[in-house]
Structure formats: C-alpha cells, structure tokens
Design a protein around this ligand. Structure first.
Ligand SMILES: CC(=O)SCCNC(=O)CCNC(=O)[C@H](O)C(C)(C)COP(=O)(O)OP(=O)(O)OC[C@H]1O[C@@H](n2cnc3c(N)ncnc32)[C@H](O)[C@@H]1OP(=O)(O)O
Ligand SMILES: O=C(O)CCC(=O)C(=O)O
Length: 381
C-alpha cells in the first residue's frame, strides 16, 4: 500500500480537550518529542487565538526548521496571512461542510462560500503556503456537497482535502464508502480526521486509508474535543500491523512521548490505554498464563519489545496452578503440588481483599506463612 503521512494535531485539536492548556515551553518540547518520535508533520495551532498562540507557533517553527507545520484557520484572510508570517508550510482553511454547521455558524449560502474559498486558496498559494481544505462535519454533509467543495478546491489549486468526522458518528464501513467516493473525484491528497465519540476513531482512520486517504490526523493518547481524536499510538501501530504501512514512527519512543503529553495535559494514562497503559502487557488469567509459559505468541499479538516494554505474568484471583508454579519459579522457588494447592486460594483471597495483584515480597510473605518450615512442620504434626 502507498505511504501515508501522519499529520499529528496534538498541539491543535489535542489541546482543545477541555482544560488542557500547554505552556509555551511545553508546546515546544512536545513538538520536539513528536519530531524525535518520527512524526514530522504537525498541526501546531490556531493563529486566530492571538499573539501568545502565534508566538508559540513561531517558537515551534524556530526549533524545528525541517518539520512540516500546519496552522488551522477559519475562512479568513488575516489568519491565512498570519500563517504565512509564522513560517507555516501548510494552512488548513476550515469550511463547514454540513448544511447544519453552515446554517448555524456562517449563515452564508454554499455558492457564496465557495467563491470566498477560491479567493482564499489563491491568497494562500500566492503566499507560498500549501493548502488543505478542512471539511468540517464532512460526515453530515451529502456526497454532492462534498464533491462540489472538492471541485472548487481542485480548480483553485488546493493540494489536500481533510474529511473531518467532527462529531465522531461514522463507522468504518461508511467511512470507507465516503472516502472511496471522494477518491474517485478528487485527485489530490485526502486527510482523515476522526473523532472517538463511538470509540471508532482508529478503526475509521484505518478504513479511510484502505479507501484511499493519503494522510491521517492523530493526537497523542487520543486527546481532543469530547472523547478525543484517533490516538497516534494505535493509528501508527494499526497502519503497521494491519495495513503493512510504515510511517516512520519510532515505536520505542512512544511510551516516553505519551508520558510527556500526559504530564503536560495533566491527564494520567489509563492502565489499559492500548500499547502504553501500565497493564496492557500484563497477564493474570490462568488459562492464558499456562499457555504463555510455553509460548509467548499464544496470547500476545504485539511484541512489547517494539515499545521498549516487557511482558509480565502476575498472580491474582484468576490464576491457575501453572501460573503459581511459573511465577514462583521466576522468584527462585521450586514448589511441590501440595504447596501450590495451599498458595492458590490464599492468593485469590489476597486479590479480592486488596483489589490488586500481590507484589513479589507479598507472595514471599504468603509462602512463608503457608509453606515456610514452621508452617510445614505444623502441617506435618
Ligand atoms: C471542529 C473544530 O475543532 S474547529 C476548531 C475550532 N477551534 C477553536 O475554537 C479553538 C480556538 N478558538 C478560539 O480561540 C476562538 O474561538 C477564536 C479565536 C477562533 C475565535 O474567537 P472569537 O473571534 O471570539 O469568535 P467566537 O469564538 O466567539 O465565535 C466563533 C466565530 O467564528 C466563526 N467561524 C466558525 N468557523 C468558521 C469558519 N470555518 N470560517 C469563518 N468563520 C468561522 C463563527 O461563525 C463565529 O463568528 P461570529 O462571531 O460571526 O458568529
Ligand atoms: O476544519 C477542520 O480542519 C477540521 C476541524 C476539526 O478539528 C474537526 O472538525 O473535528
């Protein structure tokens, strides 16, 4: 499959998560960390927000001269001019694609908006900017409207069309159909921008790529409006794993990048966050662990080493005998069948009382209590 550009928008849409506000130093450091993780195309901000935001965008530009930077703009001449002044490579000119958003936001008929769009694209191109047309709420726009916008954008010389599932209402099948229709008409780049309201943002992003999208928006940890955007981590690994597309992401750097974003956003990483959560390479269930002790591929499709991580086997309420044997063996204990029979119910009780798995020293304490020499002597007498 052809290559795909990840145009990460952590610093624009990611920061639109309620309450998230990156300081200037954080914005620059995050841009740097994204770049070092192999993400070289970044949507870095909204010039309309004012001098402070523009200064930050300029700082990112200075720190990352080789990165491909994009600004998000409304249909507004000043914002496009500002994007050029800030040294951006791309401008995303946002146009409400659905009737609803046009009606309630701009209150301007589509033909008039398209005339304005043509002028704005020409302005941006004269300023040396590459142009992406952000079709906001494209999922609620008709194909006819979308294709009309695409025709105008194409004639005016825009390079990219962003299909935004602004409200996160699509499923992967509909996404593929919509992008496929667009692909037949629009010769330029197509960028998928998916929101996660139904938990389908990554799936929709992969479906869009299958149907012909050449570029995808992501945010680290899926930050973004409401339920967020498609997460960089799952999109990058999904493209690699499911579609055999290498976007140049250094997977081993993802955990540190995610932690840095989590710290700057004050959003702790959920233990079960795909790929980077603390628990996602940890196995407890007895049936799984028994098989994993023989072959890691039995219950582990993603090699944690790819992310610089390790897999762990733990004991808990769902452990079986082989798991008890295996985990104690890792700690240097050779258990006999009777000891395992004594330990298993005690470990289950521990997990239920403390609502967590016992740590190694706690397993040793359970062992000492139930199987230590005094206990064994008592059991024998
Ligand atoms: C789906 C998305 O994520 S789109 C990205 C949206 N991003 C943001 O809103 C984040 C940053 N936003 C802000 O800081 C501010 O809202 C600003 C600076 C952009 C604008 O601030 P203000 O000038 O005070 O406008 P305000 O936020 O009150 O209202 C938005 C205005 O933008 C207009 N607008 C919305 N989309 C567009 C568009 N694509 N093109 C032109 N105008 C637009 C609205 O119609 C409204 O105009 P009105 O005042 O004439 O009704
Ligand atoms: O206008 C765009 O480029 C898309 C904006 C966006 O973030 C969205 O629609 O969710």
């Amino acid at each position: 499959m052809a290559s795909v550009v990840i145009n990460d928008t952590t610093l624009r849409d990611g920061e639109q998560s309620p309450g998230v506000a990156f300081r200037a130093s954080e914005k620059v450091a995050l841009a740097q960390a994204l770049y070092e993780t192999g993400i070289t195309a970044l949507e870095v901000g909204t010039p309309a927000m004012g001098d402070e935001e523009r200064t930050r965008m300029q700082l990112v530009r200075r720190h990352l001269p080789a990165a491909t930077l994009m600004a998000w703009c409304r249909m507004n001449r000043d914002e496009i001019q500002q994007s050029a002044d800030l040294g951006m490579d791309w401008v995303d000119i946002s146009l409400p694609a659905s009737d609803k958003l046009r009606q309630y936001k701009l209150r301007e008929p589509l033909p008039r908006l398209l005339e304005r769009l043509t002028t704005l694209i020409e302005q941006a191109k004269t300023l040396g900017l590459q142009v992406c047309i952000g079709c906001e709420d494209a999922s609620r726009a008709s194909d006819l409207t979308l294709l009309t916008i695409a025709d105008t954008a194409q004639q005016a010389g825009a390079q990219r069309l962003r299909f935004a599932d602004t409200l996160g209402i699509l499923d992967p099948f509909t996404t593929a159909t919509r992008i496929g229709t667009l692909r037949q008409r629009w010769a330029g780049e197509i960028e998928m921008h998916a929101h996660n309201d139904l938990g389908l943002a990554t799936a929709n992003t992969l479906a869009a790529v299958r149907a012909g999208a050449t570029s995808v928006n992501t945010t680290v940890l899926g930050l973004g409006e409401r339920a967020g955007n498609a997460a960089l981590e799952t999109v990058a690994l999904g493209l690699h794993r499911c579609l055999d597309i290498d976007c140049g992401v250094h997977f081993a750097r993802l955990p540190a990048l995610c932690q840095q974003v989590a710290d700057a956003a004050l959003r702790p990483i959920d233990a079960q966050q795909p790929l980077v959560g603390a628990q996602v390479f940890t196995h407890e269930s007895g049936v799984h662990v028994a098989a994993l002790l023989r072959d890691r591929d039995s219950y582990q499709a993603i090699d944690p080493a790819l992310m610089g991580r390790e897999y762990r086997l733990v004991l808990g309420k769902h452990s079986g005998r082989k798991a008890v044997d295996g985990v104690f063996a890792r700690m240097g204990y050779r258990l006999d069948a009777l000891q395992i029979e004594l330990l298993l119910p005690a470990i289950r009780r521990f997990a239920e009382s403390w609502k967590r798995t016992p740590k190694d020293y706690e397993l040793v304490a359970i062992y000492d209590e139930l199987c230590g020499s005094a206990a064994q002597q008592a059991a024998g007498s």
